[in-house]
Design a protein. Sequence first.
Length: 259
Amino acid sequence: MTRLWLAILALPLLLWTATFKLYMKDGEWHLVREYKVEADRVRFYSIERSDWEEVPLEIVDLKRTEREIRERQDKDKDAARLIDEEDNAEREARREAARVPGEPGVYFVDGSEIKALKVAESKLNHNKRRSILQWMSPIPIVAGKATLELDGETAAIVVAGPTPEFYIRLTSAQRFGMIRLTPGKGIRLVEKISIVPVSKEMIEEREMVETFRRQLGESFYKIWPMEPLPPGEYAAIEYTEGKVNLQIWDFSLKAAASK
């Protein structure tokens, strides 16, 4: 929740501290700005009539009035604390984002360091023949099925924890996200590709990870998974749907060390 929304939610509570209900023992109440007990009378400033009034002390439910004032004050303090925490979190996020290099790529936080993921070299496996697929280059159009793969069963870079956070600076106005890779014998499967005869339409099947994303600047985003991820092989990708032109930054995810 942003600081603005927290401030908006806190507004009714702040107004309540300026005006509150002075309860009577019969259940009725007056909306007042302040009150004071004077001997056997209670004087209060009526919001409705904009004037001072007084009633016998014996008909006023001071316990209920004071209890409700305390409860509202506690809520005000909680709202103020949440706003402060949000402010601190936003400041820390801005400081962290400012450390991310300006070059296009994918970066992650490793303790006190910002590290870059390396772009992986993908290969197209079609009819038992494999060819290197260059970023932004079209694949050979041959009807049938193919797979897009990475060499090796595990990535060189290992990231710890079930909810890794990444910064991505896009090379152009492309789609982006996170996927899970399927390890095989000596490879990791990125996606399956079906090429439709005649129309040559390319249908890509990949295991996308649902992510949150926050834009931090032009073509600059922070992304992280909506749900904790199990250990395994993953990648951040930049792509154009139906073009098989993925740019891939692969990583292995391991369980966080137990405390």
